[in-house]
Design a protein around this ligand. Structure first.
Ligand SMILES: Nc1ncnc2c1ncn2[C@@H]1O[C@H](COP(=O)(O)OP(=O)(O)OP(=O)(O)O)[C@@H](O)[C@H]1O
Ligand SMILES: [Mg+2]
Length: 327
């Protein structure tokens, strides 16, 4: 596999003004400001490879957006280094900027909002120097995947949030970046668009072997798209590896979902913590190693009509990782 991103001890320390209580202190601070240093990103290292979609997760303030800004050349780091496709991002060389894109779900689309979507795409073609044949081919594919046809002659400023997001993706992908930074790409989208967007990201990555680093607070995005996750907390990498392994490490139990006929208030609690999922269907938390024996006892002693072994919901696993740290 080709390594496309190499990050070594990357750091960003912000200088933030200290505000003191009281009028006197406020006046004094006009003359003499005091600052404190905030290590938003603290010696972060990782490598990414072509074709990977890696989940970049962590609680609010962990340093994810700051890292993405440095890797896309928006911010100059205060320490460490990064190599992306042979470039140092913050030099902002045109040859680098042509090969990467950053898409931030919470940000408006850049560029003049009076233009139609089609004109904006043409503008991107000029800026990124895309030849006509490639433009037509890429547009055809984006059209098919993002269903843009009805949006092409609309003005950017008149688009709804979800429409804007689809167009934002198209505008950034029309020049086929090889490295894609997605900062909460599905924020504010309705369920149908979220699913289309996820499918689209997966398809784009598979077709172009792009490297994708994706931040999201929706664990469903991460679960659907990423095999590998990098978990950040307080500016440092707390875990880098397989998502499944993280889940197994953090939740030593599975969920046995059983349906029982005509049984009510049956005492299942001897098997583990029980929740009634719906009428007659119960979720029992069972230690991973006890799953076979508990299953056997359930089948032998209870009128079971259906039984499934489920992984605990990823949201809960990750929530636990945020609260208690990764062991
Ligand atoms: N321009 C700035 N000046 C000073 N401090 C900043 C600046 N931008 C971010 N920070 C601080 O740096 C830390 C990391 O912020 P960052 O936006 O990278 O977090 P994040 O992981 O993206 O969080 P979220 O999940 O909320 O988006 C936070 O403590 C934040 O308050
Ligand atoms: Mg952020």
């Amino acid at each position: 596999m080709d390594r496309t991103i190499h990050v070594h001890h990357l750091s960003m320390t912000y200088r933030v003004p200290v505000r003191q209580e009281g009028l006197g202190a406020a006046l004094r601070s006009l003359i003499h400001r005091s600052y404190r240093e905030l290590a938003a990103v603290d010696a972060v290292s990782f490598d990414l490879f072509a074709g990977e979609i890696v989940g970049f997760i962590g609680p609010n303030g962990a340093g994810k957006t700051t890292t993405l800004k440095m890797l896309s050349g928006i911010l100059h780091p205060t320490g460490g280094d990064a190599d992306i496709l042979g470039f140092q991002p913050w030099k902002r060389q045109p040859a680098f900027l042509r090969r990467i894109a950053i898409i931030r779900g919470s940000q408006p689309i850049g560029g003049p909002v009076e233009l139609t979507v089609m004109d904006s795409l043409r503008l991107q073609q000029l800026i990124y120097d895309v030849d006509d044949r490639a433009f037509k081919r890429n547009l055809g594919q984006l059209n098919a995947m993002l269903d843009l046809r009805t949006l092409l002659d609309r003005q950017i400023r008149a688009l709804s949030l979800g429409e804007r997001m689809r167009c934002g993706l198209a505008l950034n992908l029309i020049y086929r970046p090889e490295v894609l930074f997605l900062d909460e790409p599905t924020i504010g989208m309705d369920a149908s668009v979220v699913e289309t967007t996820r499918q689209f990201i997966a398809a784009y990555c598979q077709e172009t072997a792009a490297t994708v680093l994706l931040t999201s607070h929706y664990m469903a995005d991460v679960e659907r798209l990423c095999r590998r996750v990098i978990l950040m907390d307080k500016g440092t990498v707390r875990y880098d590896g397989d998502l499944r392994t993280l889940s197994e490490r953090l939740s030593p139990y599975k969920i046995l979902r059983v349906s029982l006929v005509g049984a009510k208030a049956l005492d299942l609690s001897s098997f583990g913590e029980v929740d009634e999922a719906e009428n007659g269907t119960y979720d029992i938390r069972v230690g991973r190693r006890d799953v076979p024996s508990v299953t056997a006892r359930l089948l032998a002693d209870f009128p079971v009509t259906d039984l499934a072994v489920l992984e605990p919901p990823l949201d809960r696993v990750i929530d636990r990782a945020y609260r208690t740290g990764v062991a």
